[in-house]
Design a protein around this ligand. Sequence first.
Ligand code: FAD
Length: 288
Amino acid sequence: MKVSEYINSDKVTVSFEVFPPKTDAAFEKVEKAAGGVAELNPPYMSVTYGAGGSTRGYTIKLAENIQEKYSVPVVSHLTCVGATKESISSVLSEMKEKGIENILALRGDRPQEFDGDPFANFKHASDLVSFIKEQGDFCIGGACNPEMHPESENRKSDLAALKAKVDAGCEYLVSQMFFDNNIFYSFLYKLREAGVYVPVVPGIMPITRAVQVENAVKLSGCNVPERFKAIVDRFGDNPAAMEQAGIAYATDQIIDLIANGINHIHVYSMNKPSVAKGIIDNLSEIIG
Ligand code: FAD
């Protein structure tokens, strides 16, 4: 099933992202965690693609597992890193075979160590989107950064690149995490002004461990509001309290988004069913 059906509907839904293991030995543990999230019956789940394509096999295996076992449609992430037309065609054939119809097409981050140019064949996510479009009937999504991609020269070029991605065939965008909803609303306004009208699904990261904040800022350069810093300062040393506070903060962001007319939210579950469940329980009268 194509996830655009949910994303274009008026129904209020919360979907989840999970990540694949890096080794065979860890597959069972990750499969169990993803299963715990799938049992919450989200409209769809997404499975990330390891940096440098390192988890390619596991991404598809986990995605297939979620669809087969839990009947939850999946979005499989795919990146340009080190990719050739042949390698992408082969992944797409495998996806077709496994009934995976949804792809989040990404450029990927530049690997720290790579022999040659990792983006020699697909320079931007938009190039990957165009190629996937030629190869089959997939529902394609793309990424966006409400606080601007760190490599973008300025806001104008960032928005122009997003427009190019949508013009290439992206049916919707999913945002990088943010902790201040006003940043998302302002981004949405600028995006519409730039002529991009596809749905934008906000990506919400429930921070349930203090160390995640540092990683989040390093990864995405996102702004951390004082209100949120105070929570981490107060509860960071108490894992159970931090998890509860992190779920509450994410829930608060989601309720505000829904109240402001955003019907579809994607939550970075970090493979923690307890966190996903905490959020769903908090929204039991709001979603579905
Ligand atoms: P692009 O859209 O190609 O943009 C990258 C930079 O190039 C931007 O500065 C953009 O402005 C510029 N640019 C783009 N097109 C053009 C153009 N035509 N001309 C000039 N400049 C251009 N990474 C993973 O490795 N695996 C994952 O599973 C994964 N999942 C993610 C999910 C989400 C929701 C998000 C937000 C990010 C995810 N990432 C993942 C990280 C992502 O790969 C990085 O943010 C990466 O640095 C950029 O990817 P992109 O698809 O946004 O790239």
